[in-house]
Design a protein around this ligand. Structure first.
Ligand code: ZN
Ligand code: ZN
Length: 600
């Protein structure tokens, strides 16, 4: 399309500024490419009769055009902007938006905003969209201090109770994880729109605050604002983090009943939720029913199978993904390698490692971690150690911990000690590390060294993270902390624990060795092993549910040795399936054994 601009002959009298501006802005709306846009721009700059200030509206459209996702010509937008002698607020807003939507986020929007407010006499007055755009930029950049300044600027300029600005603020504070401030602005709003609700719920959900997320969601339902798929994704994710399967199922049926559109993201969220809540079959059902599966969807399913120890299913799904011509990404390969590790498939692991390189995916620390895990599980400790020594990225604490577990299991003292040293260099204040080192010594019967570790830890003043385990019963999540007897049904729980203790003891389990290990630095300080948080939660599950209901608990730390052993025994004696999600992985206890193969 060629644009005829200067050749048009218009009688002078008929030129009305407004009409000409309208005509130009229409041309921009229909503009097919950058070349045509240059022509329009040139026309404005060299207009024989009208000054550039007549075309401010068109120029702001021009800036939006060249910075849009299909053109991404930010340099040109900047050039247009710099040639305007007195830009109005619309032009400024377009320019701020152009920088905000750029592929690489930069603090440019904040600079423009700064210039706007510092010379407010000569510069145009800002409006609610300016503030909302700058707040968005602050959340992208995690510019917490600057966002706070924008907030006070908004109040000073009379936008304190403007709905657009307020929802922008809720979103900003939510993204910066300052839920106090987000909540405060939210409470002040007279009209709470979908954006505000969505931002607040998403903020709580990202922090894993299950109760708050759900409470807000209920409030939202009562307020009459209809939730969309974005809100539902936040609620679904919160259920996944909390491991609240019953509530998760309810939310899923709520989505279906209310006809909320299940886009690929929400469906993937459901797959993740079910997998994290320990119901891999429900995850698979959602996944199979997906009309479109993108990389994230496939990866979620593969990772889901992997963390549940279903190595074959994970690898089969990966093959289907390749057959469907969906390009795998780094997360996909974390799942694939994790699956190989869980399945003890060393040669498959090596094969998929080269497949990953074939896709030109640069291995990240997670991928290296999976390979070390894989080699250690298969008891190739020397290979694993050599692999760590030659890897091009610096091994992190998780990798050293995996190696340490491998050394402990194979009773390799000297290498284990070296690994322990590396681990303590990186994380000298993590109690879990001291426990692992002490366990290494115990496995090699080095009792003197073991008590030295204990003393060393005490001298360093290492703080122990309190263990906390939750279980969902009848839609409520009950949280148990070691030695906390504040639960209303504590008497009944004690009775169950006593029953468990007796029956486990009669089965021949001797807790004393693990008790010593425990004292070295796990969550528990006392010798009362039966008061460990996961035992309380499992006891509560035994009390409140009957077989074949699966007892599902979520623990904030790595599962401890004695609890792992006792849970295996409970699963056999009480004939209950127990699924424990600890900080690292899932453990499925059935009839006296665990899906992790005692490696974690
Ligand atoms: Zn324990
Ligand atoms: Zn296990």
């Amino acid at each position: 399309m060629e644009l005829e601009l200067h050749n048009q002959t218009l009688p002078f009298s008929s030129i009305r500024n407004e009409n000409e501006e309208k005509r130009i802005s229409k041309l921009i709306s229909k503009c097919p490419n950058m070349r045509a846009l240059h022509q329009i721009h040139a026309h404005i700059l060299t207009h024989p009769l009208l000054p550039i200030s007549t075309f401010l509206f068109s120029l702001s459209k021009l800036i939006s055009f060249c910075s849009s996702s299909s053109h991404r010509n930010l340099n040109y937008a900047q050039k247009v902007f710099s040639q305007i002698p007195n830009p109005n607020i619309f032009v400024y807003n377009s320019m701020i938006k152009a920088h905000l939507n750029a592929q690489n986020p930069s603090p440019k929007p904040l600079f423009i905003f700064k210039s706007l407010i510092s010379f407010n006499q000569t510069y145009p007055k800002l409006n609610e969209f300016t503030l909302s755009l700058v707040l968005k930029s602050c959340s992208v950049l995690s510019a917490f201090r600057e966002g706070g300044q924008v907030h006070s600027c908004a109040i000073r300029n009379g936008f304190g109770s403007n709905e657009v600005v307020q929802s922008g603020l809720v979103n900003f504070y939510g993204k910066c994880e300052d839920m106090m401030c987000a909540r405060k602005v939210f409470e002040e709003m007279t009209e709470r729109n979908l954006v505000a609700w969505s931002s607040l719920i998403s903020g709580y959900s990202k922090l894993g605050m299950f109760d708050d997320t759900l409470e807000l969601f209920r409030e939202m339902q009562m307020s009459g604002v209809v939730p969309d798929e974005v809100v539902m994704l936040s609620v679904v994710s919160a259920c996944g983090v909390a491991g609240a399967l019953d509530v998760g199922r309810w939310v899923h049926s709520y989505i279906d009943k209310n006809g909320i559109e299940k886009d690929v993201m929400l469906r993937t969220g459901l797959v993740n939720m079910y997998a994290k809540c320990g119901s891999i079959s429900a995850a698979k059902e959602v996944f199979d029913a997906m009309p479109v599966k993108d990389t994230k969807a496939w990866s979620s399913m593969i990772v889901g199978f992997a963390i549940h120890g279903h190595a074959e299913d994970a690898l089969r799904t990966f093959n289907l993904m390749e057959a469907a011509k969906v390009r795998p990404n780094n997360v996909t390969f974390v799942g694939v390698l994790l699956a190989c590790a869980h399945g003890g498939l060393v040669s498959d692991g090596r094969k998929y490692w080269s497949t990953m390189l074939g896709y030109r995916i640069e291995p990240s620390i997670e991928h290296y971690g999976c390979m070390v895990d894989l080699l250690c599980r298969a008891n190739h400790i020397e290979d694993a150690y050599a692999f760590v020594e030659t890897m091009p990225v610096k091994p992190d604490s998780a990798i050293w911990r995996t190696l340490l577990v491998g050394c402990k299991r194979n009773k390799i003292l000297e290498k284990g000690e070296l690994v322990g040293e590396e681990l303590l260099k990186l994380e000298p204040l993590n109690a879990e590390n001291y426990t692992l080192i002490a366990n290494l010594y115990a496995s090699c019967f080095q009792w003197g060294k073991m008590s030295h570790v204990r003393k060393h830890m005490k001298d360093k003043g290492v703080k122990v993270t309190p263990g906390c385990t939750s279980i969902e019963v009848d839609g409520f999540v009950h949280e148990f902390v070691m030695g906390d007897w504040s639960h209303p049904e504590h008497k009944e729980i004690r009775k169950v624990l006593e029953d468990v203790r007796q029956r486990v003891q009669e089965s021949g389990h001797e807790p004393w060795i693990s008790a010593v290990l425990h004292n070295v630095g796990n969550e528990e300080k006392e010798d009362d092993l039966s008061a460990h948080s996961e035992r309380l939660a499992i006891a509560y599950g035994l009390l409140k549910t009957r077989a074949p209901v699966v007892i599902r608990v979520v623990k904030n730390l790595r599962a401890c040795e004695d609890c792992h052993e006792v849970t295996k025994i409970i699963s056999k004696l009480y004939m209950r399936e127990i699924i424990v999600r600890d900080r690292v992985r899932f453990h499925k206890f059935v009839n006296g054994s665990c899906s992790c193969g005692d490696f974690w």
